[in-house]
Write a protein of this length. Structure first.
Length: 143
């Protein structure tokens, strides 16, 4: 259930043979993101379990499972900013119900990231996915 934006990233990864080029692409994706306003860099938006500092700020339009999900994120590490951009491509614009059905592990495996990220980065990526899923679950439950 990948979005078109995520499919574009997956196609680019298939085209790039060398992992150095893929890392550069991930970093470029992060650089293209708008920076997070300092007002949102607070403990409530910080993702625990990441070696780098990571903040995710959800934006949900509507109510219940059909509400649309989006988020803004940032990190103090460029590669992690790129991972946030990949997650944004994977989840942005989906309904909350769809967010909860995304097989993030399977989709990210298509990119081969797990084999090429350090264990700390992999754990951080998993923590970001868990945070996104928790936000979606809480929003559906609150409706």
């Amino acid at each position: 259930m990948a979005t078109d934006a995520f499919e574009d990233i997956a196609e680019t990864f298939e085209f790039l043979d060398d992992w150095e080029d893929r890392y550069r692409h991930v970093i470029e994706l992060g650089r293209a993101m708008d920076p997070l306003d300092d007002a949102f860099r607070v403990p409530a938006t910080k993702v625990q379990g990441c070696a780098s500092q990571v903040w995710l700020v959800p934006r949900i339009e509507g109510q219940g499972g059909s509400a649309r999900f989006d988020f803004q994120g940032d990190s103090d590490a460029m590669i992690v900013r790129g991972l946030i951009a990949i997650l944004h491509a994977l989840y942005s614009g989906l309904t909350l119900d769809e967010v909860l059905r995304v097989d993030a592990g399977g989709e990210l495996a298509r990119l081969g990231l797990h084999d090429h990220l350090s264990s700390q980065r992999s754990n951080g990526l998993r923590s970001m996915v868990e945070r996104i899923r928790a936000i979606a679950s809480q929003a559906v439950a609150a409706a």
